[in-house]
Ligand binder design. Structure first.
Ligand code: ZN
Length: 133
């Protein structure tokens, strides 16, 4: 039986895209971090009956239904990734991470420094939006 990783652990397995199995991170390259964050849902359904006011985020002017995600794999250098893509800047403060191969996402996010407009050296990959191999 696999032991679930705990906060502060490094990934023991390869982290891959849950859709196309493209490798995102090699083992031992990321640290599990508790960082509760709203991330837009990967499959946006136009189903107003399930709308909730609490899990909504306005992104560049349009509303998105979000999941509240607690744990992320934290990487401090972009070049640690095997494959990753970036969305356009959102709300002048974040770029979302997407799979570089199938472009599904967001699988995570990276904050942007509001002064320099550069990416901070913090890349968060949502632990429940990826698979392990
Ligand atoms: Zn993919």
């Amino acid at each position: 039986m696999d032991n679930l990783p705990s906060i502060g652990d490094r990934n023991t397995q390869t982290i891959v895209c849950s859709f196309c199995d493209d490798i995102i991170l090699r083992p031992q390259t990321a640290i599990l971090t508790n960082k509760p964050t709203l991330l837009p849902q990967m499959n946006v359904e136009k189903n107003s009956s399930t709308d909730t006011e609490t899990n909504r985020l306005s992104i560049n002017g349009s509303d998105h239904v979000c999941d509240s995600i607690e744990t992320f794999w934290l990487v401090s250098d972009m070049f640690t990734f095997e494959n990753v893509g970036f969305s356009n800047t959102v709300n002048n403060q974040t770029k979302y991470l997407v799979c570089a191969n199938c472009e599904r996402g967001p699988i995570g996010f990276s904050p942007i420094n509001p002064l320099t407009r550069q990416l901070e050296k913090e890349f968060y990959v949502a632990s429940d939006r990826i698979k392990y191999k």
